[in-house]
Design a protein around this ligand. Structure first.
Ligand SMILES: Cc1ncc(COP(=O)(O)O)c(C=O)c1O
Length: 385
């Protein structure tokens, strides 16, 4: 992170709020950390985390792939220069038009996790490569995804056989440990489970080549040492792949969303109102649950700093932080400790590069954050100068 340049933009009174400031140099650097930590691993960026076309283009230019969930994400990816071979779809539910377009575009492979989906893929994308999503333990992730998707080992084997009977080409397995996964062991356990299914699938004559370990890579180690690093996860995953997968994994796929872009974004907001209600002091911000901070509603604890030069000298207080809309659920944090804050002060939220603008709507007419890009080239020039 080029903290000097980031800080300059965040402290500039002319910077509009709410603003999402994205550091492209850091996204590029984080991409390299993934490829270093996972030798032979292939990064397929989960576009849903932040579908900014310049991020997609950066990933494609660096030789990475894209994981998509919808027709719109397919079109964005193709427009950014990706070929079909550089795209996979790990959304277990796909509509016919999306399947047809992926088939025409030559998308590398799509996931299945039900007999209905196997039938649908066979009908609209005949012969397509498919991989099966396994249900795995999501405890230990801040945003668990378990329950909605994924099958057991026995069901996975049945889907492999069924897919082959329907003329599809089963190639391997995927899973997702849950977003912001804080337990490295969950990847290890999931890979161990994949190893058993992999052996049995090969015994049934399936050619297994593809292991997709999903997303879940957490953001925030730089401010919380309990959060595992990309490097720590890489070491454990590579050991597990060597130890548990019985034959060569031709494609070891990673689908980082938050892990690739989360730390590279800061959300800057302004305090637009203040009120005392009972024991609580409320600060009303120009962005809230609807226009940028939906993840706080899902239980994600915000990490924030007051952006005034004298913040260190102000007494510490506890605040309820709320968004600007009329909805009573528009509360970002309660009992949040911060230096004394006044109307007009600005607050910066860390790790906002993922799932901020993607989740945002202009409810009540409050705008979604403006995107401010810190370009790779601009940063490089500045460093040289
Ligand atoms: C299939 C799939 N892959 C990857 C991701 C990205 O996850 P994360 O942002 O936790 O890395 C998601 C997120 O929901 C997902 O559903």
């Amino acid at each position: 992170m080029n903290t000097v340049r980031m800080d300059t933009v965040l402290r500039d009174p002319n910077t509009v709020t709410p603003a999402l400031v994205l550091d492209f140099e850091n996204i590029s650097h984080t991409y390299d950390r993934f490829t270093d930590a996972f030798p032979n691993g292939l990064v397929f960026y989960a576009v849903k985390a932040n579908a900014n076309p310049d991020i997609i283009r950066l990933v494609v230019e660096k030789g990475g792939g894209l994981e998509i969930a919808s027709l719109a994400e397919l079109e964005l990816s193709l427009r950014a220069g990706a070929t079909g071979e550089q795209i996979i779809c790990s959304n277990p539910i796909k509509n016919p038009i999306f399947l047809q377009r992926m088939y025409e575009a030559g998308v590398y492979a799509v996931v299945v996790d039900s007999t209905y989906e196997v039938e649908k893929v066979a009908r609209y994308a005949p012969g397509m490569r498919v991989y099966v999503r396994l249900a795995v333990d999501n405890q230990g992730s801040v945003l668990p995804l378990a329950g909605k998707f994924g099958v057991s080992g026995d069901e996975a084997l049945q889907l492999f056989d069924m897919a082959r009977d329907y003329g599809l080409t089963p190639i391997g397995l995927s899973f997702h440990v849950g977003s912001q996964c804080l337990k490295v062991q969950n990847w290890v356990n999931a890979i161990r489970a994949c190893g058993d299914i992999w052996s049995e699938a090969e015994a049934r004559g399936h050619e297994m080549s593809f292991l997709d370990i999903g997303g879940g890579f957490p953001a925030g180690h730089y401010h919380d040492a309990n959060i595992p690093t990309i490097e720590a996860i890489g070491e454990a995953v590579m050991d597990a792949v060597r130890g548990f997968i019985p034959s060569y994994v031709r494609m070891l796929v990673l689908e980082p969303g938050r892990g690739l872009v989360g730390e590279s974004g800061r959300l800057l907001v302004e305090v637009v109102g203040k009120a005392k209600r009972g024991d609580a002091t409320w600060l009303y911000l120009d962005a809230g649950v609807f226009n940028g901070m939906m993840e706080t509603f899902e239980g994600f604890p915000p990490v924030a700093a007051l952006m005034t030069d004298d913040a260190a000298g102000r007494p510490m207080m506890r605040y309820t932080l709320a968004g600007p809309s009329c909805d009573s659920c528009d509360v970002v944090a309660r009992d949040f400790e911060m230096p004394e804050t006044h109307i007009g002060d600005r607050i910066m939220f860390l790790d906002a590069g993922a799932y901020t603008n993607e989740y945002a709507v202009a409810f009540n007419g409050f705008p979604i954050p403006a995107v401010i890009k810190l370009e790779c080239e601009a940063v490089a020039e500045e460093l040289v100068a």
